[in-house]
Unconditional design. Structure first.
Length: 212
């Protein structure tokens, strides 16, 4: 009689190992996302605390919407913090006590839609912190006399910007603002811009109301 062929007893073990690796990968993806989210929220809380210490104001999206509490499941918020599913969308740092150093907190608040820097001591160099604010829609730089042409260069990449106040700045050139295709309102009162430059900008941004 012929001998029976040997049974491949290791096949089930190999299949189980492959399955385990797949399951591990599936589980690792949301865990990695959660880890990054928790770290992001830690930096965000530190930024909000720093703004409050400077007598500024940082508001979350649910506060802007006048909701009673943050969004997201309550049990997850109890585990990982109230603002796990909320974003800071508005920051106000107004008045002469604020300068370029205070803008460093914006690096950890990439989702803000509104930024108010009226009457501050920020300069062109400080506006470099705004270049990563891809969600920004409203920016108030009124009464910031140390802001000029070099600072406008950092604004040219803000593709969602709709409202911009540069009144009272030393801005004289408008070439960087031509890239702001979404702009609907621009205040250039009390700047060093001339009529020719403003008319050229109006042609480049026909949907923008410009005060000069």
């Amino acid at each position: 009689m012929e001998a029976e062929p040997p049974k491949h007893k290791r096949r089930w073990f190999q299949f189980s190992l492959r399955t385990l690796l797949i399951l591990t990968t599936i589980v690792a993806i949301p865990c990695a996302w959660l880890g990054r989210k928790i770290e992001q929220k830690r930096r965000e809380r530190n930024a909000v605390r720093a703004i409050a210490e400077k007598f500024g104001l940082a508001q979350y999206d649910y506060e802007i919407a006048h909701q009673s509490e943050p969004s997201g499941p309550a049990w997850l918020r109890r585990l990982f913090g109230d603002n796990l599913f909320s974003e800071v969308t508005a920051v106000s740092l107004t008045g002469g006590s604020h300068d370029d150093d205070d803008l460093a907190v914006l690096d950890d608040l990439p989702n803000i839609h509104l930024l108010d820097l009226q009457d501050t001591n920020v300069t062109d160099a400080g506006l470099a912190h705004l270049s990563g604010l891809s969600e920004l829609e409203r920016l108030n730089l009124k009464g910031t006399p140390a802001v000029g042409n070099a600072g406008c260069r950092y604004l040219s990449g803000l593709g969602r910007l709709k409202w911009l106040d540069l009144s009272g700045t030393k801005t004289s050139e408008l070439k960087y603002l031509k890239a702001l295709g979404s702009l609907e309102y621009l205040d250039l009162l009390d700047t060093k811009t001339d009529d020719a430059g403003v008319n050229e900008l109006r042609n480049a941004l026909p949907n923008c109301t410009i005060y000069h």
